[in-house]
Every structure is written in C-alpha cells, then in structure tokens.
Ligand binder design. Structure first.
Ligand code: AMP
Length: 397
C-alpha cells in the first residue's frame, strides 16, 4: 500500500541520518516520530513526536510503532527480534531479516561468500587459538573487528608484523580509537573478549561506495559512485563522481544491486568497496540505510538519498538519482570544536558550499558533528577548497 503525505514515519534512533530524512520528509508533508534515549537527539529536534527509550526497549518501541504507518531505522544496531515484534503493528522497512544479515560482521561475510561477491580474506576470531590459526593463513598485517556494534573504527585493532609494531605505526597515533600491536593476545584483550572477525589488510588504490535505493517492487535507482577518503577510520571526504574507469563503475553498481536483491532490501543502502590496483573490487561493508558517503546527494542530485528513502519505504515511485553537479563532501568532526565552536564565516561565504550541522551539543574527538557539501563539476578544485575551508576551522594550538 502506498503511504501518501500525511502518513507518519516512525524512526528507530535519533541521529543525524534520521534528522536529515525527517527534514525532507516533513517538507514533503509526512509526519515523523522518533525513538531515542535522549530528547535532545538530532532527529527529535526536527520531529513531530518523540518517544524516550533505548533502542532495545520493547515497550517504548511498541509505543512508537502504534503512532506510525511505517517504521524505519537511523542505525542498524537495533535488535532484529524487536523488529519482528514491531512488524505485527506496522511495516518495518528494511525488515528484520536484512538486519540479521548485516548487523553481525560474521554473518555479513558469510552472506557475501554465499552470493559469490569478492571480499578481503577473512576468518572468525572467537578466541586466541582461532585468531592464531587465522593469522597463519591470512598473514600480517591484519585487522581484528568486533562482530557487532562497531562503527567509525571503534572496536577495530590492527595486528602488525612482529618487526613493525610500535608507536611509529600510523594507527598508534590515537590510542583511544585504534590500537596497533603485534601481539594477538593483547589485541584480543583490547576488544574485551567480544567475538570478532579478522581480515587481511587490503592495499587498495581507492575506496568507493555505491548508494542505491530499492523499492517495494524491486526497482533500483543508483547514485553516481563516490570515492571516499578515511582518516583514522572515519570518513573524511567523499567525491562524486569517483574518477574510475567505466567498466569498474559498472561492476561496482552490479555488486551493489546483487547485494540489495539478495537481501530483499527496501530503502536506501550503501555498499562500501576497496578498489585494487588491478581494478578488482572487494566489498568492505554493507549499510542498510542512508549513508554518510551519500550526503552529497542532498544538493548535488535531483533526488537526495533522504527523499529516496522516504519514497522507497512509503511505496512511492523512486525519484531521479541523477547528479546535477559534481560534489565533494567533507565531514566536520568534533576535534574541530577543541577551541570552542568554530567560526563558520568562511564556509558560509563560499558560494558553492552548503553547511549542515546536526544539533549535537557535546562535541567529542571523533564525533561527527556536521558536514559541508561543495558543489563543483571540477571535483579536484572542490577537494582543494574543502581542505582550505577546514583549515579556517582548525583550532590553533
Ligand atoms: P570499516 O568500519 O570496516 O568500514 O572500516 C573503516 C575503514 O578502515 C575503512 O573504510 C578502511 O579505510 C579501513 N579498513 C577497514 N578494513 C580494512 C582492511 N581489511 N584493509 C584495509 N583497510 C581497512
């Protein structure tokens, strides 16, 4: 059934993704209710209604569902069993089965193997014996990642070759976020015994992501493939379109469509990939929701990823994903607030720059506080402008 404007969308989790979707949904005439532990969360600030509660609080989630015509997610870290319960009250899109496959890295990797998509060599690392055996097979350096609830490099540690460990390795520069060491036992201990998987470290040429939408009847709309640069495991910049050869671009799209169809996904999703020097693409991670590397679509494309998600979950026809301009997105991380709120005058004075702030009142190192999108068909120039604008915000030490 098609849900027309006037219907109410319930959102589980009140972060920036929910906020940006809520702004667009309300502009289209939908109502938004959100469940989050904090009444000051980014989505609640722009919503019609709010339910206070943790994302695993079934009573609170049921209270939200009874007010909603359809339920969607700001984060994949919602218990899948809870989604099954809510589905008896209102449709949940994407559904519990999608989350079951995605939210556990081990299950996600098994799924990718099963549907025949390439990924970095990996192995389960439930305990030291399993990890030691895996390292013999995968070699070093390797990355150990917790199976559940990790994001932005949290819950990830690197295992170095024995002769390369130590504070000079790049990952050791911020010990609070990412640790580098050659001792597997010490690295497992850093993850506090949480079940993990281990992967080979991929020497990629570039990282790319494909954002696409899949509708209730299985139609797709694919956004221009984006190139992503991470700093300390957090997305730093996205450039779209990615400067990649046509056959690889088509292959990236094909991979993303294969994932979406195999999952039976409904809504927007992102597939992050590593592109190797020989042109091969390896899937790194799947996100069953709007994605940070798709923020550029809000401004650069005929239909933003946020409107597209609303269209997909409400059973409307999907919108036109075409880019009207080249674009660069640069994230604004909490570190920029170290000397107090940054001065935005240079960003706001740039004619091609659009500032988005998420309304978070507690800036912290590594926390995503906002982003800037620069519209420019010359994406090299836009990247240089992004760097120059960020430099005007950087606290002086
Ligand atoms: P993830 O949370 O798994 O997406 O990891 C965040 C970032 O860490 C990725 O976008 C990469 O920049 C880096 N990374 C993660 N896994 C690997 C890997 N196996 N090889 C090389 N870099 C990786």
């Amino acid at each position: 059934m098609t849900l027309l404007p006037g219907a109410t969308i319930g959102v589980l989790g009140g972060g920036q993704l929910g906020r940006m979707m809520a702004v667009v949904a309300r502009q289209m005439g939908y109502r938004i209710v959100v469940l989050d532990p904090s009444p000051r969360c980014p989505t609640a600030q722009v919503a019609d209604g709010f339910v206070v509660g943790a994302l695993d609080d079934l009573d609170a989630a049921r209270h939200l569902a009874r007010q909603a015509d359809v339920i969607t997610l700001d984060t994949e870290h919602v218990p899948a069993d809870l989604l099954d319960e809510l589905a008896a009250i209102a449709p949940v899109r994407p559904g519990a089965s999608v989350l079951r496959t995605i939210q556990d890295r081990l299950v996600q990797k098994q799924f990718l193997d099963r549907i025949g998509l390439p990924q970095a060599a990996w192995a389960p690392a439930g305990d030291l014996d399993e990890l030691t055996a895996a390292l013999t097979r995968l070699g070093r350096p390797a990355i150990l990642k917790i199976r559940r609830a990790g994001y932005d490099g949290k819950g990830q540690v690197r295992i170095d070759p024995v002769d390369r460990a130590g504070p000079e390795t790049p990952q050791a520069e911020d010990p609070a976020r990412s640790h580098s060491d050659h001792d597997p036992a010490a690295q497992l201990a850093r993850l506090h015994g949480q079940p993990a998987v281990v992967e080979e470290v991929v020497r990629f040429e570039r990282e790319v992501s494909v954002i696409l939408a899949r509708s209730l009847d299985g139609a797709h709309r694919i956004y221009p493939v984006a190139e992503n640069v991470h700093r300390r495991h957090i997305l730093h910049t996205t450039r779209a379109p990615a400067p990649m050869p046509e056959p690889q671009r088509r292959r990236a799209e094909e991979i993303a469509v294969t994932v979406a169809d195999a999952l039976g996904h409904v809504g927007v999703m992102a597939v992050e990939m590593f592109q190797l020097a020989d042109g091969r693409l390896l899937v790194n991670e799947i996100a069953p929701r709007t994605h940070n590397s798709g923020h550029y679509t809000y401004g650069a494309c005929a239909t933003s990823q946020f409107e597209q998600h609303v269209r997909a979950i409400c059973g409307l026809a999907l919108g036109d994903p075409r880019a009207l301009s080249g674009a660069v997105m640069v994230n604004l991380i909490g570190d920029l607030w170290a000397g107090g709120p940054p001065g935005w005058q240079h960003v706001l004075a740039h004619p091609g720059a659009r500032l988005h702030l998420y309304g978070k009142d507690a800036p912290a190192p590594g926390r995503k506080m906002g982003h800037v999108v620069l519209l420019d068909d010359d994406t090299d120039r836009a990247l240089a402008d992004a760097d120059a604008l960020i430099a005007t915000l950087t606290p002086r030490t």
